[in-house]
Design a protein around this ligand. Structure first.
Ligand code: GLU
Length: 345
């Protein structure tokens, strides 16, 4: 039975590179009917950021990545790590326990990452360790520790890292580098997941391709229903059709805002159009659906109505979502109020 683990350190929001490791582990397990264990590598309290375990769990859920066991916290297994460290380590002058040239247990008894990681991989029955290439230099040591403990080490697979355009590791400062940053940019989780799935298990380093991610974001938003799209933008479901053109959720929220906020009343150059619109809109239901909305616009156009003036009166802008979607979004009273405000001046 294949058993893999994703083992983030609780040092803040998941890095896109870390999410790549998580996705790769989930897929590796799924393709083999295996199990994914979530492990929190919290041996280094100095680097820990309060609340990041919860944040990581929420981010995994956001990405749609589930785990089958855990979270297992290394901090809760320190006694077991010490026992293993004592079995194979030799004391140095400061009282730390060492193996080869590496510290396993600090003088104060705290286990290091190397020891804790190998002991946990063995105890959890991990068959394949899938992680980034940055950890490749540690692998011979990890294998040696496992063998010294009398066990056969798991198989190690290292994927290439996500790098910036300069070929260097994505810097934490770049907003697109963390899941929290991507969420703020309005990239839907489906797009992030699809992007990482596409990368699969890269052998070499890969340049982070924001253009590709944004294209996937457009596709992901396109696949949502109107209701879901509106909900993601925090808008009433009647605004769904109006948000269709958005490339990301930040844009969708801005479009919603543009419709919900009544425009500053400005005298219209085409009061006749607004008057005629009033009559047509008044006759229709509180809420109109697509066909009725289009019918109103058709009739308005048939009598030479100025649709640009109508848009200006309803939204305060010359351009924006298709006009019928604005009619669907605005309840009758609100639409009439806006039309009146542009006439009565
Ligand atoms: N906790 C380590 C990290 O976040 C990963 C450990 C491992 O995969 O062996 O970099």
């Amino acid at each position: 039975m294949v058993r893999v683990r994703f083992a983030p350190s609780p040092t803040g929001s998941l890095h896109l590179g870390g999410a790549l490791t998580a996705v790769a582990n989930r897929r590796f397990a799924d393709e083999r009917g295996g199990v994914l264990v979530l492990r929190i590598d919290d041996t280094d309290t100095a680097r820990e950021v309060a609340g990041s375990e919860g944040e990581i769990l929420r981010e995994l859920a956001w990405l749609g990545i589930s785990w089958d066991e855990g979270p297992v916290r290394q901090s809760e297994r320190a006694e077991r790590h010490r026992e293993a460290g004592r079995a194979i380590g030799t004391p140095d002058e400061e009282g730390a326990l060492r193996f080869q040239r590496t510290t396993l247990l600090r003088a104060d008894g705290r286990p290091t990452y190397h020891l804790a990681s190998v002991v946990d991989d063995l105890d959890l029955g991990i068959t394949h360790v899938i992680r980034g290439k940055d950890l490749l230099p540690s692998t011979p040591l990890h294998e040696a520790i496992a063998r010294a403990l009398g066990a056969e080490p798991p198989e190690y697979l290292h994927h290439g890292l996500l790098v910036g355009n300069d070929g260097r590791k994505l810097s934490k400062r770049e907003q697109a580098a963390s899941l929290a940053g991507l969420r703020e940019l309005g990239i839907p989780p489906e797009a992030v997941r699809a992007y990482l799935e596409e990368l699969d298990l890269p052998r070499g380093d890969v340049r982070f391709d924001e253009t590709r991610l944004r294209r996937l974001a457009v596709e992901a938003l396109g696949a949502l229903s109107d209701e879901e799209l509106a909900a993601r933008a925090g808008a009433d479901e009647r605004l769904g059709p109006a948000l269709r053109g958005a490339h990301d959720l930040v844009e969708a929220r801005a479009l919603a805002e543009g419709i919900v906020t009544p425009p500053k009343p400005r005298p219209s150059g085409s009061p006749e159009t607004l008057q005629r619109f009033r009559e047509l809109r008044e006759r229709a239901a509180d809420d109109v659906e697509k066909d009725e909305a289009k019918e109103i616009l058709r009739e308005l156009k048939a009598v030479g109505g100025d649709l640009r003036a109508l848009r200006l009166a309803l939204t305060g802008a010359e351009r924006g979502p298709e006009l019928w979607t604005v009619l669907v979004a605005l309840p009758r009273d609100e639409a009439l109020r806006r039309a009146d405000a542009a006439v009565r001046r």
